[in-house]
Write a protein that binds this ligand. Structure first.
Ligand SMILES: Cc1cc2nc3c(=O)[nH]c(=O)nc-3n(C[C@H](O)[C@H](O)[C@H](O)COP(=O)(O)OP(=O)(O)OC[C@H]3O[C@@H](n4cnc5c(N)ncnc54)[C@H](O)[C@@H]3O)c2cc1C
Length: 552
């Protein structure tokens, strides 16, 4: 009945509906929490709108470690409730909700001592496995000798590492997953528009009855009427509460986390690796044929819109990894880097951010206005459920229970069968089996839509670049179906070229603009402006690093 396609005509329709209709719920923020709340509300039969000031996942939700995990380190903080809840979500995502996007990933936990440490870590991982409950799509933990470690991960220093315990978690392309949840919410009737910024609230006495939102494309201010306004603004929560003249029961502290990307050849290991550091942990995560290594955890108080990786961050990551790696990682091997800001819910202003709970808070700071913040990417579904439960009170009628445990993300339906048919699809489409696997892991059963783009224009079956896995058709599809409205949307979030290609992939910006221009109806000037805007972002990020990266 409803479409999950985000293209310029859908956006125009959504903007006009925002202005004319009355909604049960208006959601502010299109990170994973906001789109999760939109899906939760829509599938309870509520009339839902969502506005996002920039692009889906343009805040923290595109800059995480990309792990769907229980969080081993929360076990050490005795936060069993959070771990159990997150492991339940991990299971749901891998098996049912988004198996095309969320994949198992193994980690070695190296040991440096023979008996005591193995007992301690083994007991911790046994508890981690036990907290999974009875449904178990991922393998349990396994003890490994030094010899096995040397075979699996030759890069680990055997003069230090005496053995390891291997365990499993899951990983996801966070920005893609967030956008796919938004598409799923639209598929269930949510009216969604990006590049729409909420500027103020509409009030009737003390009651909030909606919000005024500015369309970045036309500059027009639109009034959106809703019985409940739900803010899911992550690190922007404090700023918006102040702007709206509301006093919430919590504050959001920011903590910066940086990751670097290295070529596959930089680390010899068939498994991810987790290293304990003095303040937290460092992950070495396989990412396609590259490595994602991070993260840092430092308090942050500057502009939330422009977190950047600095030379200091990079040095810290290299230093921690190089304690156990041989050969050592070098700064000049780094292909890319990104920084994100954790939204940490704080009750006391002076708390140390690393010590704060990762759990979320829901709050009602005015009649008709509720918010949620904190949490983890992994627990977005629960955050969405909790905040819509609270918003339901504003509707003054009984609303159905949340059913998102049973609502797969678009593309999940039929995915496992399509995987079995990979060779058949390859033969029929003329693409290689490896390309079909790549497409299934990004689109699931929506692969048909990408193949249709190729049928209409066979030239788009070609790779965008010989060193990247993306087809030109995927770039086109990003604008025709996935709501990309700029070169940055495509390079930073629909694909991850911005950190996967050397030099932020700037030499590809022109060809990407040329592919999406006809879909977006751009003039020559608009096309140039979008390329220039991306180059400015890339320049800012490169200059903050103060190092020359691989092929820069
Ligand atoms: C370095 C790092 C690593 C992490 N790793 C993991 C991990 O591996 N696993 C995990 O589970 N979690 C992880 N997290 C945590 C996780 O990424 C966050 O908890 C989650 O992404 C927060 O999502 P959100 O939707 O609440 O916030 P955001 O994604 O920041 O979304 C808020 C949105 O609100 C929008 N907005 C702001 N103001 C307005 C306005 N006026 N009008 C309209 N929209 C507005 C913003 O543009 C933004 O898109 C990590 C976080 C960091 C920083």
């Amino acid at each position: 009945m409803f479409s999950s396609q985000f293209d310029p005509s859908q956006r125009a329709q959504a903007v006009s509906t925002l202005a004319t209709d009355d909604f049960d719920v208006l959601i502010i923020g299109g990170g994973v929490t906001g789109v999760g709340a939109a899906l939760d509300a829509a599938t309870r039969g509520l009339k839902v709108a969502l506005v996002e000031s920039q692009d889906f996942a343009s805040g923290t939700s595109s800059r995480s470690s990309k792990l769907i995990h229980g969080g081993l380190r929360y076990l050490e903080q005795y936060d069993f409730k959070l771990v159990r809840e997150a492991l339940h979500e991990r299971e749901l995502l891998v098996s049912t909700l988004a198996p095309h996007l969320v994949k198992p990933v193994g980690f070695l936990y190296p040991l440096y001592e023979k008996v005591r440490e193995r007992t301690y870590v083994g007991a911790g991982l046994a508890l981690y496995d036990a907290l999974r409950g009875f449904q178990r799509s991922l393998p349990g933990h396994k003890h490994m000798s030094q010899k096995t470690v040397s075979e699996i991960a030759p890069s680990l220093r055997l003069d230090l590492v005496t053995g390891a315990v291997k365990y499993f978690d899951a990983q996801v392309d966070d920005a893609r997953h967030t956008m796919m949840i938004a598409r799923t919410a639209a598929r269930h009737g949510a009216v969604i528009a990006t590049h729409m910024k909420c500027e103020s609230l509409i009030k009737n006495g003390k009651r909030v009855t909606g919000a005024k939102v500015r369309d970045a494309q036309t500059g027009k201010l639109i009034s959106v009427n809703a019985k409940a306004t739900v803010m899911c603004a992550g690190i922007w929560s404090d700023e918006l509460h102040a702007q709206f003249g509301l006093k919430p029961g919590y504050n959001v502290a920011m903590s910066k986390g940086v990751h670097i990307i290295l070529p596959g050849s930089a680390i010899h290991s068939n498994s991810g690796i987790i290293l304990k550091t003095e303040i937290s942990v460092l992950f070495l995560i396989p990412w396609g044929n590259q490595w994602l290594v991070g993260t840092t955890d430092t308090p942050y108080t500057s502009n939330p819109n422009t977190p950047q990786a600095t030379r200091e961050d990079i040095d810290y990551i290299l230093e921690q990894a190089n304690k156990v790696l041989q050969p050592k990682l070098k700064a000049e091997d780094i292909i890319g880097a990104y920084a994100g800001l954790r939204p940490l819910v704080a009750n006391k202003k002076d708390s140390l951010t690393t010590k704060l709970s990762r759990e979320h808070t829901v709050d009602r700071s005015a009649p008709g206005f509720v918010s949620v913040a904190g949490g983890k990417y992994t627990t977005y579904r629960i955050m969405g459920k909790d905040v819509i439960d609270l918003a339901g009170i504003e509707l003054r009628r009984i609303i159905p229970e949340s059913i998102t445990e049973k609502v797969p993300v678009v593309g999940a339906d039929g995915y496992f069968a399509l995987v079995q048919q990979t060779n058949f699809i390859a033969e029929k489409s003329g693409l290689s089996a490896a390309t079909i696997t790549h497409l299934l892991n990004r689109y699931g059963s929506l692969i048909n839509e990408v193949l249709e783009v190729i049928e209409d224009n066979p030239k788009l079956s070609k790779a965008l670049d010989k060193d990247l896995p993306y087809l030109k058709a995927e770039i086109y599809y990003a604008a025709s179906h996935e709501g990309a409205q700029s070169v940055d949307d495509v390079m930073s979030r629909r694909t991850r070229i911005s950190f996967e290609a050397p030099n932020h992939g700037i030499e590809l910006a022109e060809s990407i603009a040329a592919i999406i221009a006809p879909v977006l109806g751009w003039s020559v000037k608009e096309r140039k402006d979008s390329v220039r805007a991306y180059l400015e972002i890339a320049e800012l990020e490169t200059s903050s690093l103060g190092i020359s990266m691989s092929s820069v």
